[in-house]
Write a protein that binds this ligand. Structure first.
Ligand code: CP3
Length: 353
């Protein structure tokens, strides 16, 4: 069992998530869910109503900590993920950000040199993001001893897709247009986001995050050389810089829909674990990705809506496929508002027995 040496004694790592990230193969894998704090839970909706709106919830540490803890109390997941959003970083850099109910995020856009020049420097983000660090500090006191605390940020490419379009897009066309049409502006934006992400993750770690995750939700629209330049390289830079300051902190990378570009991604970037979406089969990923170390994933989130025997069968199949290496059970993407909270219990029963 991996342990840390402290003043002549060996501290045995008891958290299942940390053990998987250190490479341990466990008969029952640790489990948590992307978006585990969210609108499928009535207690989340009640706290969000108290906060008034989503961004007020993110910036009110007591309430953000409360919604982080809700799925831990209800399900006993092996990890809690800090409640915040990847789009708080652009807001902290000076972009306007608001959420349209039923539609999603809206931001002021960066599509020219003048827009870029109006952004704040990376080290200015902490003024806006200080409440997030306070949420982390509250959680380090309130989480059960066996629950690991995950901090996170959006990867530069994914955050840049929202900053260039001003909203979510099906094909990330505005970001592709800017990187091709104005490469100097786009590269400057990527560099600013990379620096801000390093600072942001480092502050979360200093506040008490034990693991950090980098969400590159739109990595799948980058192919070939563009994938290397805008997904792999920034991840490598961020992971290298975070680990230079905090070598003991494991990093989970999620280049969603990378497909065959998942192969070798952990080795190339220094990530301790690669999170898999549900477009790749667990059997393929065990053979081609898990050979390099821990993987996370990858149940289709639709099973949380539809439930029944297919949910049980798929859960067991994924657990079995990854049983020969280190594995963290999760979905391939976030749980959706239509999910039935009872289906999460059924999934946990299928994993833990
Ligand atoms: O429980 C957790 O996973 C932690 C909190 C968390 C949220 N967003 C809360 C949230 C995390 C880790 C994120 C990451 C995030 N945010 C990503 C990357 C992961 C992914 O899903 O691909 C992205 C792309 C965003 C940007 C974002 N935030 C969008 C596109 C939306 C609107 C879509 C939606 O689901 O409403 C959000 C809003 C958001 N972030 C909600 C939550 C719980 C819903 C807000 C609400 O309560 O109305």
């Amino acid at each position: 069992m991996p342990g840390r040496r402290l003043a002549g004694t060996v501290m045995v790592e008891t958290k299942k998530l940390m053990r998987a990230l250190a490479g341990e193969v466990q008969a029952v894998p640790p489990v948590w869910l992307m978006r585990q704090a969210g609108r499928y839970l009535p207690e989340y909706k009640a706290t969000r109503a108290r906060a008034g709106d989503f961004l007020s919830l993110c910036y009110t540490p007591e309430l953000a900590a409360e919604v982080t803890l809700q799925p831990i109390r209800r399900y006993g997941f092996d990890a809690a993920i800090l409640f915040a959003d990847i789009l708080l970083v652009p807001q902290a850099l000076g972009a306007d950000l608001w959420f349209v109910t039923g539609e999603g995020p809206r931001l002021s856009t960066v599509t020219s040199r003048a827009d870029f020049d109006a952004l704040k420097p990376a080290d200015a983000i902490h003024e806006t993001l200080a409440p997030v660090y306070e949420t982390v500090r509250i959680l380090t006191r309130e989480l059960p001893d066996e629950t690991a605390l995950i901090g996170f940020a959006g990867a530069p490419w994914t955050v840049a897709t929202y900053m260039t379009a001003g909203r979510g897009t099906p094909d990330q066309a505005p970001a592709h247009a800017l990187r091709e049409g104005e490469p100097a502006v786009f590269d400057a934006l990527m560099a600013r986001l990379t620096e801000a992400t390093i600072d942001y993750l480092s502050m979360q770690i200093e506040a008490g995050a034990e693991v950090v995750k980098l969400f590159d939700s739109w990595a799948g629209s980058l192919k070939g050389e563009a994938f290397a330049r805008y997904a792999l390289e920034p991840a490598k830079t961020i992971i290298g810089a975070v680990k230079a300051k905090h070598p003991e902190i494991p990093v989970i990378a999620f280049p969603r829909e990378a497909g065959e570009r998942y192969v070798g991604f952990a080795k190339a970037t220094g990530a301790d674990c690669v999170a898999l979406d549900n477009s790749v089969s667990a059997e393929w990923a065990a053979e081609n990705v898990q050979v390099d170390g821990c993987v996370q994933g990858n149940l289709d989130p639709r099973h949380m809506v539809t439930g029944g025997q297919p949910l049980i069968d798929e859960t067991k199949r994924i657990k079995a496929a990854f049983s020969k290496g280190p594995h963290i059970f999760n979905l391939g993407h976030g749980i959706t508002p239509e999910a039935d909270p009872e289906n999460v219990h059924a999934m946990l029963e299928a994993i833990r027995g």
